[in-house]
Design a protein around this ligand. Structure first.
Ligand SMILES: Cc1cc2nc3c(=O)[nH]c(=O)nc-3n(C[C@H](O)[C@H](O)[C@H](O)COP(=O)(O)OP(=O)(O)OC[C@H]3O[C@@H](n4cnc5c(N)ncnc54)[C@H](O)[C@@H]3O)c2cc1C
Length: 510
């Protein structure tokens, strides 16, 4: 590899753009090839009805690495916030429960529960901070040792507690600590969002740590994050080509030596970095014939079926939610009235049915960011859980059923909302798969569970961003530390590629 050698990044999602920016800043010649006619992948702002813009599918920023934001100077490149630190608001007939981190701002919650919440949130933050440090590292044996040391530094009691609760389900944990059903429902939601898990599923304590950070609304929607990343990458010298779908990786003499576009064009590269999900990377663009049979089998069995749909509504005015004060409408609204409701919503997914009473995470971003909708009108964006990819009976039949079920739940909490709808779209997992080119339409490019985590993610043999075939790397959400708009996979992958290039003789990275 020479300084002039080209690195091709396939996919311009946020991780691909982060990777491109760091590689270009290190003086490498970088070309990003994005299939869609815009960058951003699953974190874009798009018009879904004339004049109505929505963040799709991701709608809240909560785990983005502050170091990446600072190092890539994203504020200078246009990233700003319409609102930071959203509260969580659960509507209810007897008044809403409103949480601001560890504070219960409103709601009938006992003094014991208030005290338990402070303790719970503090513990979540301590454990999440340990995880966040590991998120920013390549999962090498050395970094695993650092992770173990970080856990040890929690102190004897902290370490014991983490080991005790680490694989627990949230239901049991919450039952153990809280009395308020509404509080337990709200906290349970954070362990299951984006996952095919219910609050009684093992590991939901672990998944809840991903949501310990505050939630924010970027000004201009999630596309503002990826837009700023693209500017940062270009400013560092990267070239980005949109509307350039890659059909396959070119393999010669046992190494990936470039890419072939669907247009027929071939581009040589000293290293190729894939921002695609693992199944697309290994089975579609590379091909199982270039892989060891056991490795290919493991990739095939990487669990990628999404379980979340996304609803977008264009509204002719602001709805009213039962018990929610007008000044709290712009917060993070949730429908997860108790743990049992969330659990019951999950049950049908086990049998390939959608939930007739889905769990919802709702935002009305145009309250803080009026440019997203025409004057006086509003956008509602909702995560709709549970909606299994492989729906029995198929989504052609099922889409309307889930839409009606979701509106019925919304209407119950926001009477009259239905009459305010000007336009609507519901993206079921196969729609997400098609539009955003993610196998299974999965939030994390593949289930985030302990057996698909850290040095096991996506599968052993590819967990440190390098593929088992020379010249190929991955940087997407299917790698450690998983999905959500964090940027860590992109930055970690850039480090691995740079280290390999420094070691490699002219002609490419191992
Ligand atoms: C319904 C839903 C809601 C979500 N909500 C949130 C949320 O509120 N907050 C949050 O933080 N996260 C959320 N997520 C998760 C988050 O959106 C993703 O985990 C994250 O965007 C993945 O980023 P990425 O860069 O790794 O991959 P992607 O964003 O998937 O980017 C991959 C890129 O590769 C491109 N590509 C694919 N195939 C090719 C090809 N052959 N040639 C060239 N380019 C190609 C794609 O077009 C895409 O641009 C949500 C996900 C879903 C599905």
């Amino acid at each position: 590899m020479t300084e002039a050698g080209r690195i091709v990044i396939v996919g311009g999602g946020h991780n691909g753009l982060v990777c491109a920016a760091y590689l270009a800043r290190a003086g490498r010649k970088v070309l990003v090839l994005e299939a869609a006619d815009r960058v951003g992948g699953a974190a874009v702002t798009r018009e879904f009805a004339p004049g109505f813009l929505v963040s799709a599918p991701a709608h809240l920023l909560y785990g983005f690495d502050a170091a990446i934001e600072r190092e890539l100077r994203l504020a200078k490149h246009g990233l700003g916030y319409a609102r930071r630190g959203l509260r969580t608001v659960a509507p209810g007939d007897a008044g809403a429960l409103i949480l601001d981190g560890a504070d219960v701002v409103a709601g009938e919650v006992s003094a014991a529960d208030r005290a338990a919440l402070v303790e719970y949130v503090q513990r979540q933050r301590r454990f999440a901070a340990v995880l966040a440090r590991q998120n920013g590292r390549v999962p090498t044996p050395w970094n695993l040792a650092r992770f173990a040391l970080d856990i040890r530094c929690l102190g004897r009691a902290g370490m014991r507690e983490l080991l005790r609760v680490g694989t627990m389900n949230l239901h049991d944990l919450l039952e153990d600590r809280f009395e308020s059903a509404a509080l337990k429902g709200a906290l349970a939601l954070d362990g299951v969002l984006g996952a095919k898990l219910g609050p009684r599923s093992g590991q939901t304590f672990f998944t809840s740590l991903q949501r310990a950070d505050a939630h924010s609304l970027p000004r201009g929607g999630m596309g503002a994050v990826t837009g700023a990343l693209a500017i940062a990458a270009r400013a560092a010298g990267a070239e980005i080509r949109v509307a350039s779908p890659v059909a396959s990786f070119v393999v010669s003499s046992g190494r990936v030596s470039g890419v072939a576009l669907e247009s027929g064009e071939e581009i040589a590269a000293d290293a190729v970095v894939s921002n695609l999900d693992p199944k697309s990377t290994y089975l579609r663009l590379l091909g199982a014939r270039h892989l060891d049979a056991e490795f290919a089998r493991r990739v095939q069995h990487f669990r990628t079926d999404g379980c979340v749909a996304k609803l977008h509504l264009a509204l002719d005015g602001l709805p009213e939610f039962r018990g929610v004060p007008a000044d709290a409408l712009g917060e993070r609204l949730i429908v997860a009235p108790d743990c049992g409701y969330v659990d019951a919503a999950f049950d049908p997914a086990k049998y390939r049915e959608f939930s007739p009473q889905p769990v919802l995470e709702i935002t009305l971003p145009s309250i803080h960011d009026p440019a997203l909708a025409p004057a006086g009108r509003h956008v509602l964006s909702a995560i709709v859980q549970y909606a299994p990819y492989d729906l029995a009976g198929g989504w052609d039949e099922g889409r309307k059923g889930l839409f009606d079920a979701t509106l019925a739940v919304l209407e119950r909490h926001a009477p009259g909302l239905r009459s305010r709808i000007i336009a609507a779209e519901l993206l079921a997992p196969p729609d997400l798969e098609r539009e955003f080119r993610i196998t299974g339409g999965h939030w994390h490019h593949g289930e985030l569970a302990l057996d698909q985590f850290m040095m096991l993610r996506p599968v052993p043999g590819a967990a440190q961003y390098a593929a088992p075939v020379d010249g190929l790397y991955s940087c997407g959400a299917g790698c450690h530390p998983g999905g959500g708009v964090m940027g860590n996979a992109g930055r970690n992958a850039a480090r691995v590629v740079l280290a390999a290039l420094r070691r490699a003789p002219a002609g490419g990275a191992a």
